[in-house]
Ligand binder design. Sequence first.
Ligand SMILES: [Mg+2]
Length: 388
Amino acid sequence: MNVLPEQGFRRVMHCDLDCFFAAVEELDNPYLAGKPVIVGGDPDRRGVVSTANYRARRHGVHSAMSAAVARRLCPNAVFLRPHFERYRMLSDQVMAILDDYFVTREQVSVDEAYGELPPGVPGCRHAVDIALDIKARVLRETGLIISVGVGRNKCIAKLASDRAKPDGCLIVMPGREDAFLHTLPVGCLPGVGPHTRAKLERMGITLVSELARTNVEALQMQFGKTGSWLWRLAHGEDDRCVVSDHGPPKSLSRECTYERDIADLERAQDHVRALAEKVARDAEKKRVLGRSITLKVKWHNFEITTRQTMLPAPTRAPDVLGIAARHLLATHFSPLLTADHAIRLLGVGLSNLLSESHPGHAQGIIQLPLFSSDEPSADFTLLPDNPI
Ligand SMILES: [Mg+2]
């Protein structure tokens, strides 16, 4: 800890709130103290676990697991529905704290962000002081626990924060990357999902050290570009930049899995309209306008179909988004919709976004609905081949 990083070394930090949703619920509901807590969907329906606290995780519960399975594993757990508004509020507070430390801060999800410190030079504040300062401030100002990992690139910083949990801070000093990485299982590396892990195992590779010793050409043969990317990660190399996310988001979307599959077009239209309204509200909060609208359908058999259309000008008017999305449904999906081929999930997305302060949108902004009737019609004008 008393060694300063060598001059010129990157110092990337990965800050990740511990069991975020569950931690917020525990903060807001003192009766949860000491209990296993699972935040997510309804176990009696088709709910999925969003976050479980450590007491629930001890029973094998984890994120993305079906809530019904989680209840079988941990019958005493308290199941709660998520309160996203509250999480977003606290997340914004935490990100604002991080902004006091980093010139470039990249939020990668609601509860985690990368930050980059100036290259290590003598006299510069040591990363460990900054990491401990961040942890103390986040706890004092929000009541939440954040784990911090520091390394010379994003991959090492992220792996370090994962290993630091719960409530930890792990700094991988320059020159110690191999010692840190080589004991880890390959499944820890970004981009290694169950499929890749199984394939690597068949090649006799279970540890990062074994991956590092493997011939890079052999990995390229098996995995293409991903093969050389994984090989470089195993050697502690990752040149991805920390990208500031202060600009507008790239896309916004809302989706919903329905309790019962939808076979009726009218019901589906109502849901699409509701989703489009939510997306419009999100766009208003983010102060962006969008040019493309996407409709996603997951069918009863889990097949996914998406269709997209361009709007004539960037907008976030709820009616316009709703009409465009419903038009997509009517045109592309209604012929496929039958009692035997029903909809399990609907999603509406807005992309090709630009900030409302962007000079380019001024003449194109649509503020009012363009149609007297809000029923999609055959001569629907919001199509690229029929611009206004
Ligand atoms: Mg987290």
